[in-house]
Design a protein around this ligand. Structure first.
Ligand code: GLN
Length: 303
């Protein structure tokens, strides 16, 4: 299978449509000014072959894609006790919803909605970790220096009223151990990490390698943990669109409001698509089309 020809074809077909449907995130200026006509795609096979096209080298705000990596760091540090205070069920609600939390006494449905990732951040702080450790982990996985966009981080902190509410609400149920300010510093920092499609396809490589480091370093997670992270991505990685993603694409995916989506074909490859205009659920509209097209062309899907 000529993977470069496939990503070239996807890019030639879809790039002209970039920005024609959906809206670029506008809740902070640094995201609002990203050009809607961007489209990038990159993949990396389990044995290190890479293919990329379009704006695959342009850095973007990874936003909620970071939830995948903070969970990974958490699993490295505390293993299964991660699940004492975080569920593993799809929420069926928007990523920043508060309603379920009240009924479920401050225990977030899963680690890939905002409340769940804030709870993961709390676990990381308890282990003495900060956003700097996450950046270091990503730099190691991607094999390139990764950084935080400080303008985005400052805006996230200045406007993240809902996330402040989620953190305080969980704390009121005794579900957050650390200072809310410290937990949110980590959370806003992780949302503000910038990476490009190539780096993300590489960094997520352990998910198609049974947990093995994409660059040949020490195992990132165990085979069983990698399988479970993939399961969570499939059921919870794209918020209240997870059912639609499973139906149309059939791959574990994690999206973010920067317009990036990381997808995994277990035992084969990892893939990252980016186009900043989002559908109503906060997933990249064209990114989703690109994944559909990739699966149609390659027949690669977990089903
Ligand atoms: N920074 C955003 C938030 O916390 C991230 C959300 C997302 O990418 N879905 O609301």
């Amino acid at each position: 299978m000529n993977l470069q020809a496939i990503v070239d074809e996807i890019t030639a077909t879809l790039r002209p449509q970039a920005g024609q449907q959906g809206q670029v995130a506008s809740y902070i200026p640094a995201l609002a000014r990203v050009r809607a006509d961007r489209f990038g795609i990159a993949l990396r096979t389990f044995d290190g072959l890479e293919a990329a096209a379009g704006d695959s080298d342009v850095p973007f705000s990874i936003q909620s894609v970071s939830k995948l990596f903070s969970l990974t760091l958490g699993l490295q540090l505390i293993g299964e006790s991660m699940w004492d205070r975080i569920g593993r069920e799809p929420s069926g609600n928007p990523f920043n919803s508060l309603v379920q939390l009240e009924r479920e006494e401050g225990k977030p449905r899963n680690p890939f909605i905002n409340a769940g990732s804030i709870a993961v951040a709390d676990r990381l702080i308890s282990q003495g970790r900060t956003e700097i450790d996450l950046v270091a982990m990503l730099s190691d996985l991607a094999g390139a220096p990764i950084d935080i966009d400080e303008e985005v981080a400052a805006s996230e902190a200045a406007t993240g009223f809902r996330n402040v509410a989620l953190a305080n609400f969980m704390k009121s149920f005794g579900q957050i151990d650390n200072e809310v300010a410290a937990v949110l510093r980590l959370y806003f920092g992780q949302c503000s990490i910038r990476m490009n499609c190539r780096q993300l396809a590489r960094a997520a490589g352990y998910l198609c390698r049974d947990g093995a480091h994409p660059g040949g370093g020490a195992a990132v997670v165990s085979e069983r943990q990698a399988r479970r992270v993939n399961a969570l991505m499939l059921t919870c990685g794209t918020y209240d669109m997870a059912g639609e993603f499973a139906y149309l694409i059939g791959l574990p995916c994690k999206s973010g409001v920067g317009g990036g989506i990381v997808a995994v074909v277990p035992d084969r490859l990892t893939l990252c698509v980016w186009s900043p205009a989002l559908d109503v659920s906060g997933n990249s509209w064209l990114g989703m089309r690109a994944l559909e097209m990739f699966v149609a062309r390659t027949g690669l899907s977990v089903f």
